[in-house]
Write a protein that binds this ligand. Structure first.
Ligand SMILES: Cc1cc2nc3c(=O)[nH]c(=O)nc-3n(C[C@H](O)[C@H](O)[C@H](O)COP(=O)(O)OP(=O)(O)OC[C@H]3O[C@@H](n4cnc5c(N)ncnc54)[C@H](O)[C@@H]3O)c2cc1C
Length: 409
């Protein structure tokens, strides 16, 4: 499981009378404190009020550039422009939304190629934007269906089976691991880790990978670790830090509820873009096909300029918000480079999981005839996970067909 948080790096060029540049971002000593990842403290009242009502009006309008037109960039552009700042957002591609990408066929089939399940019970900020600010309709995402299957080591068992145990699928496990579900094995293994406070967890296990922890600390067998890897979709994370993965599970427990926006998650992107276009005074401008390749900071004017493929974007910006992935930000030429050394280091050190989705179009939703309405099958085949989810909820007839997510790896 992964945490899906909005990534937002803020490179702020503060307009201070000092001669030295004041470049701040999350994590810098001078910047705001890092986000508290404890689910109970993550969102304070002020953040949720901002999501619902916007920021207070500004006293001194600033000239802001936002790089990246995903959900983070769009929310930034909207809030700052509504507060009175002049904002220009530059998106590299020909569409807004970034990793929120609802794919629609001409005959009305819909699938989500990016974010599809939104943990709105945990991600209160996103929930506030979707439900309260924009009043978008929400549907519960069906994660489980008893008639889907687990297919591992050539053996098929229905998800509803009471014996989803490692030995059912011929995993070589110890006697004490037999008769245990993968979730019970995992929960037992990480329970003490979850009970610790963040600092202790980091001090004791910060250098441990998931696999090393499971085998050396929790004393699980190789077979049990492999079984957990398949069933909890942790196979690709076995060499990730156990502390990070444990924190993911603390934020998003295995039984967390997920939702999606009825009609497509891009409805949030459309709502943000529309709200931006109606900000008074044309203070929120959105530009597509504008990859930002260089950011040039001038310490004499405490401002920055942008280039897109060698062409200078007109205007000086007092603040530049980089709302791309770290990988994309690392490809931007921030000048003078000497002032961005630690930021480049942070960007280089952030790793992303790869994800691929293959959607297939079917003229009949044959899986519904097998009473599979949602949920997913787990396999050790190259397709790994198959999701039977019809995102076009206005189409009620099985004969209407749909896009099925036939592989999610
Ligand atoms: C396959 C997949 C499945 C996912 N599933 C889920 C899920 O089920 N639930 C969930 O909550 N989250 C999920 N996520 C994560 C979620 O989609 C992201 O966390 C979220 O969309 C990130 O938004 P963002 O605005 O921070 O970044 P992005 O959406 O990545 O936006 C960054 C934008 O910056 C643009 N850009 C990059 N470089 C430049 C440049 N130099 N100049 C100008 N523009 C630039 C990009 O084109 C992009 O539009 C998934 C992601 C993927 C890829």
């Amino acid at each position: 499981m992964l945490i899906w948080l909005l990534t937002l790096l803020v490179f702020q060029i503060a307009n201070r009378p000092s001669h030295s540049a004041r470049l701040r971002f999350h994590g810098d000593n001078n910047g705001p404190p890092p986000l508290d990842l404890d689910p109970d403290n993550m969102y304070n009242e002020q953040m949720l009020n901002t999501a619902q009502q916007g920021l207070p009006n500004c006293l001194t309008p600033r000239n802001v550039a936002v790089i990246g037109g995903g959900v983070a960039g769009l929310i930034t552009a909207l809030e700052l422009s509504l507060a009175g700042h002049m904002v220009q957002l530059f998106e590299a591609s020909n569409r807004l939304g970034g990793r929120i990408y609802t794919y629609r066929t001409p005959n009305g089939y819909i699938t989500e190629l990016g974010a599809m399940r939104l943990p709105l019970d945990q991600h209160l900020l996103l929930a506030t934007y979707i439900k309260k600010r924009f009043g978008l309709p929400i549907k519960r995402f069906q994660h489980y269906n008893p008639n889907t299957v687990v297919y591992l080591n050539g053996i098929t068992a229905p998800r509803s089976s009471v014996d989803l145990f490692p030995e059912t699928f011929h995993f070589n496990v110890s006697d004490k691991e037999k008769g245990q579900t993968p979730w019970a094995l995992w929960d037992n293994a990480i329970k003490s880790l979850l009970d610790m406070d963040d600092a202790t967890r980091l001090r004791m296990y910060g250098a441990y990978s998931v696999q090393f922890y499971l085998m050396e600390v929790a004393n699980l067998s190789r077979g049990a670790v492999d079984f957990i890897g398949f069933m909890l979709n942790l196979e690709a994370d076995m060499y990730a830090s156990i502390v990070e993965i444990a924190r993911d599970f603390k934020l998003l427990p295995a039984n967390a509820n997920f939702s999606h926006i009825d009609g497509g998650n891009d409805l949030l992107i459309n709502a943000l873009a529309k709200a931006c276009q109606t900000v008074p005074g044309g203070r929120c401008s959105l530009y597509l096909n504008r990859p930002i390749t260089s950011v040039l900071y001038s310490s004499s004017s405490h401002s920055g300029t942008l280039e897109s493929n060698g062409v200078t974007i007109p205007g000086n910006f007092t603040d530049i918000v980089v709302a791309t992935t770290a990988l994309a930000a690392n490809a931007i030429d921030f000048r003078p480079r000497i002032k961005f050394i630690t930021k480049y280091q942070a960007l280089r050190q952030l790793n992303y999981d790869c994800a691929s989705k293959i959607a297939r179009s079917f003229s009949v939703r044959w899986w519904e005839k097998q009473v599979i309405n949602g949920g997913h099958s787990i396999t050790d085949l190259p397709v790994r996970l198959v999701y039977y989810y019809n995102f076009n909820t206005t189409s009620n007839r099985t004969e209407d067909g749909a896009l099925m997510l036939s592989s999610y790896t």
